[in-house]
Ligand binder design. Structure first.
Ligand code: PHE
Length: 340
């Protein structure tokens, strides 16, 4: 028995394998149930009692040696076992855990909310599916008013009174109908217009509406509020420019431009080579709109504004194509991880 063990020990020392398969065949030959080493264990019963201790020890050594040798032969071919020895290196740098990130439009919407919260504006929202009254009529768009054509509306096929809101100004009406002044609120939300999709326009986009109604609110308050917003959003050196405009629900009305952040005012395709980018419409709330909601226009005045979140985000992050916001391309979205 001792001889047989010694012979096997010597034999195992010389084993060689040319492939993973060959190494596996050696394992079967020596270590499987009917393998040479296992057979010796079966014969252990017949070893005289006084030798059992010594022979048992030798057998165990033999078995360990066989395992070790064959594992060694296998590891020369087996990628998995190389990987597992690398994994046991606790000093290795770890893999980054991929966390999600906020969408750039959410980041900017939250910034807008923060900026206005600091001067006392609270947040509310309203429905995306609206009726004609809240989206148009109460906002002083008469039935045949050409301004209705300014906004290509998606109507519900079975009921022309129901539509997808074309602007967040509908939430001004809902708020004024139910809230007594003073009102100092902003309304962020999604809006819909039947427009061809391009680098500058989309049929779904986002606005933030602002509304401030109280006694003695003036155009100077509007201008100061918007200037504060532009500097908080785009930086202290930002210039603003107010141009006269027209909306049925504000009088007087204006549009506000900020100096183009992308080219610094020199001229580029985003600012159409003017150095200025329009970011919002605004004005003093028309007395008709106040009265439509039961607010006494002799006692109260107010201002409103509506800004496009996509436009502001494009300016802030120098994004030249609005379609990127809706394509869910991770290479685009991951650039905003870590921002809030
Ligand atoms: N609702 C207007 C638009 O979508 C913007 C606006 C809001 C203008 C509030 C004046 C006052 O173009």
């Amino acid at each position: 028995m001792i001889d047989r063990i010694n012979r096997l020990v010597a034999e195992i020392d010389t084993l060689k394998a040319g492939s993973l398969d060959e190494a596996e065949q050696l394992r079967v030959k020596y270590l499987s149930k009917k393998g040479f080493v296992s057979v010796l264990f079966d014969d252990f019963k017949s070893v005289p009692a006084e030798l059992k201790r010594e022979v048992g020890q030798m057998l165990n050594d033999l078995k360990n040696k066989a395992h070790q040798k064959i594992d060694e032969l296998k590891s020369g071919f087996d990628q998995g076992s190389i990987a597992s020895s690398v994994n046991q290196d606790l000093t290795r740098p770890v893999h980054n855990i991929q966390t999600g990130s906020r969408h750039p439009l959410s980041i900017v919407r939250n910034q807008i909310i923060d900026i206005f919260a600091r001067i006392g504006f609270t947040v509310a929202d309203g429905p995306e599916i609206e009726d004609d009254w809240h989206n148009f009529s109460a906002l002083n768009f008469t039935a045949d008013h050409p301004a209705r054509d300014m906004q290509d509306t998606f109507f519900i096929a079975t009921n022309p009174d129901i539509l997808l809101r074309t602007h967040t100004s509908s939430v001004q009406i809902r708020t004024m109908e139910t809230t007594k002044p003073p009102i100092r609120m902003i309304f962020p939300g999604r809006v819909f217009r039947n427009e061809a999709i391009s680098a500058r326009a989309h049929c779904i986009f986002h606005q933030v509406e602002g509304l401030y109604i109280d006694k003695h609110v003036s155009f100077a308050d509007l201008k100061q509020t918007l200037m504060y917003f532009a500097k908080e959003m785009f930086g202290e050196n930002t210039q603003i420019r107010l141009r006269p405009s027209y909306f049925p629900f504000t009088e007087p009305s204006g549009e506000m431009d900020v100096s183009c952040l992308i080219c610094g005012g020199v001229g580029c395709n985003i600012c159409k080579y003017t150095g200025w980018v329009e970011i919002l419409g605004c004005g003093m709330v028309d007395p008709n709109a106040l009265e439509n909601c039961g607010i006494d226009s002799q006692t109260y005045t107010g201002f409103a504004f509506g800004m496009g979140i996509e436009r502001i985000t494009m300016l802030k992050y120098q994004i030249r194509d609005l379609r990127l916001f809706y394509e869910n391309d991770l290479r685009f979205l991951q650039q905003f991880s870590g921002a809030f």
